[in-house]
Design a protein around this ligand. Structure first.
Ligand code: AGP
Length: 620
């Protein structure tokens, strides 16, 4: 995710464009840039690695002035964060400037053919191809040139484009990345999101896929890709800035929970084409991967829970021995790791100290290290032999949600990728599983839609728990039970709850109940049982009965339509759509995240910034 802003008016564009970027930093902050027309109609630009503050420091030393311009704050997907890869990107003659949010999947083939046609590229980004395509198609009409250029693109884009020959306007376009128009008085705006421009106007037009926008000081025109004009009336936005930064959600955590279908859809779009899986940035040869005799998955916290789920995935379909370790344990226990081991380190931030140390330990022992990471240019991504980026976009809330499901999705695809390399699955089976995988975004959306309105069932359960907790004089706590591939989800559900509601919560393999935890069961614990359709369903049903028989309060997560569990007359039921057991953890994460969120909200804690925690634990 990146943030873009465009301004056409009579005020100081630099001030408006940089302030707009500050409001969009939650969308990305590894580099930033700005381009404006000067009085002579030339395009002048500044761009800098780092947050928007770095850019404003550059602008203090080398100021720009103009009333029309574009700006960008970056979350890298192609090309590490540096000054050259920062946006805006220009054409060969520096007459065209482009800022872009999205991923151009076919950028390499476009870049190759543009180079053959004589274009010179300055950066490693996918975005730069857009500037050269507009240059190629420009014949005196920028809007027309942009229309032709975007027809060549595959992937997602929201762009603002300027041309030296038309210094009175900006052209915008979008496909699968957000773009809005701000309609002002003698000024108009383009932006990725409302917070960037809410200070100047509350009249917003949402640009739809395939639309081309042409704005100047007085006019806003919107057309489709065939050039036909589309009339769009502005909507009045009544949010305050805080609400706008969270997209109208009350917390970043809830916003990020609801972003998950889009995140998984983007992973599908960037990783799967013609039913084959590709990891362009992987940089570990396939024969290196095939020869791995065992796999160690190493991470912390939520990333560890994703990795533990990955153990079940990889063992099931590649028949390779896999173990999962927390980074802090791995690095100090003299692990049996050598050149035959593939070590997979998972980290959202790419800066977790224990995981970085574990990666270094593994490399010292000649293991190949693959990072699954969300931040380009991070230490863990840079120091690994290979990397797969999860493209979840910045995750602001300390409690990890969309990064977790993005890690799971990436592990699913890596499992099928490895199964193909190792010939441990037939082509048909891989195709069948990929088709199931492609259904996940719609299943996530369907599940979320059941619990998005205020006062939904899960919010209601959280309210009941609060009342129970107060009556029980804090003797209440949570026990999460699950089996097989969902056992790591029991750990994750417990972690989500404890880290934002400060209530004791423990995840356990349900089969272990008789070996101790069942002694905990009386009327106090709330026992969350993951009992969706699976090979261990009957066993889970028995565990539920054991808990109920001892007076425990059961919250069962079940498959919609499961009358058998409902016949047990449990205290609480959360039902989710039917899904292939192998992929069920990614869907079950939703109720686990929402339950933690609503319980924490009942207790009134700082959900996005819980006490004692940091988003990235860069110290041991
Ligand atoms: C998860 O909600 C926590 N914020 C924490 O456990 C986190 O997953 C852990 O610190 C690992 O962080 P990383 O993925 O950035 O390495």
């Amino acid at each position: 995710m990146c943030g873009i802003v465009g301004y056409v008016g009579r005020k100081d564009a630099v001030d408006i464009l940089t302030k707009g970027l500050k409001r969009l930093e939650y969308r990305g902050y590894d580099s930033a840039g700005i381009a404006v027309f000067n009085d002579a109609g030339e395009i002048l630009f500044r761009k800098k690695k780092g947050k928007v503050n770095e850019l404003t420091q550059v602008l203090e030393k080398e100021p720009l002035a103009g009333t029309i311009g574009i700006s960008h704050t970056r979350w890298s997907t192609h090309g590490v964060p540096n000054d050259v890869n920062a946006h805006p990107h220009l054409d060969c003659k520096s007459e065209i400037a482009v800022v872009h949010n999205g991923i151009i999947e076919n950028f390499q083939e476009l870049k190759d053919s543009l180079i053959i046609e004589g274009h010179n590229f300055a950066s490693d980004t996918d975005t730069e191809v857009i500037a050269h395509l507009v240059e190629k198609f420009y014949e005196g009409n920028l809007e027309e040139a942009v229309r032709k250029a975007v027809k060549e693109l595959r992937g997602s884009y929201a762009i603002c484009v300027m041309h030296k020959n038309e210094p009175d306007r900006i052209i915008g376009a979008r496909l699968d990345s957000p773009l809005i128009i701000g309609v002002g008085k003698d000024e108009n705006f383009l932006a990725s999101d409302i917070p960037a421009i809410l200070e100047y106007t509350r009249d917003i037009v949402y640009v739809k896929n395939g639309e081309i926008v042409n704005i100047d000081v007085e006019n806003v025109t919107v057309k489709n890709l065939d050039g036909a004009r589309i009339e769009k009336a502005p909507e009045r936005i009544e949010w305050d800035i805080g609400q706008a930064e969270k997209g109208g959600f009350s917390h970043f955590m809830l916003k990020e929970i609801f972003e998950q279908p889009e995140v998984i859809k983007k992973i599908i779009n960037t990783r799967i084409s013609d039913d084959s899986i590709h990891f362009d940035e992987l940089k570990i040869d396939e024969d290196e991967l095939v020869k791995a005799r065992n796999i160690a998955i190493v991470a912390c916290g939520t990333a560890y829970h994703a990795g533990l789920t990955g153990k079940y995935m990889l063992e099931e379909y590649t028949r390779t021995p896999v173990w999962a370790d927390t980074s802090s344990e791995f690095r100090y226990r003299d692990p049996i790791v050598n050149k035959d081991t593939l070590v997979i380190v998972i980290s959202q931030s790419g800066e977790t100290a224990d995981t970085l140390a574990a990666l270094r330990e593994a490399r010292k022992r000649n293991a190949k290290v693959l990072a699954i990471c969300n931040v380009l240019g991070s230490s863990i991504a840079r120091e690994s032999d290979g990397v797969i980026f999860t493209h979840a976009g910045p995750e602001i809330a300390v409690a990890s949600t969309k990064a977790y499901t993005a890690q799971l999705a990436t592990l699913y695809l890596f499992t099928l990728y490895m199964a193909k390399l190792k010939c441990s699955l037939s082509e048909e089976k891989i195709k069948e599983l990929l088709n199931e995988f492609k259904n996940i975004p719609s299943l996530l959306s369907e599940t979320l839609s059941r619990y998005e309105v205020e006062g939904n069932e899960i919010a209601h359960y959280a309210r009941d728990f609060k009342a129970y907790y107060e009556k029980s004089h804090t003797k209440s706590f949570f026990l999460y039970l699950a089996r097989n591939i969902n056992y790591p989800n029991a750990l994750e559900g417990a972690l989500k709850l404890k880290e934002i509601s400060y209530i004791s919560a423990e995840g356990y393999p349900a089969g272990e109940m008789k070996h101790g935890p069942i002694a905990l069961i009386d009327e106090n614990p709330w026992v969350i049982c993951i009992a969706t359709k699976s090979r261990t369903y009957e066993k889970m049903r028995s565990n539920i009965q054991e808990v109920k028989a001892r007076g425990g309060i059961v919250v069962a997560i079940i498959t919609t339509g499961d009358e058998s569990i409902k016949s047990l007359k449990l205290n609480y039921i959360i039902d989710i759509p039917e899904i292939h057991e192998f992929f069920s953890p990614i869907l079950i994460a939703i109720p686990l995240q929402l339950l933690a969120y609503y319980v924490a909200r009942e207790f009134g804690y700082d959900i996005d910034q819980p006490r004692n925690l940091a988003k990235s634990v860069t110290v041991e």
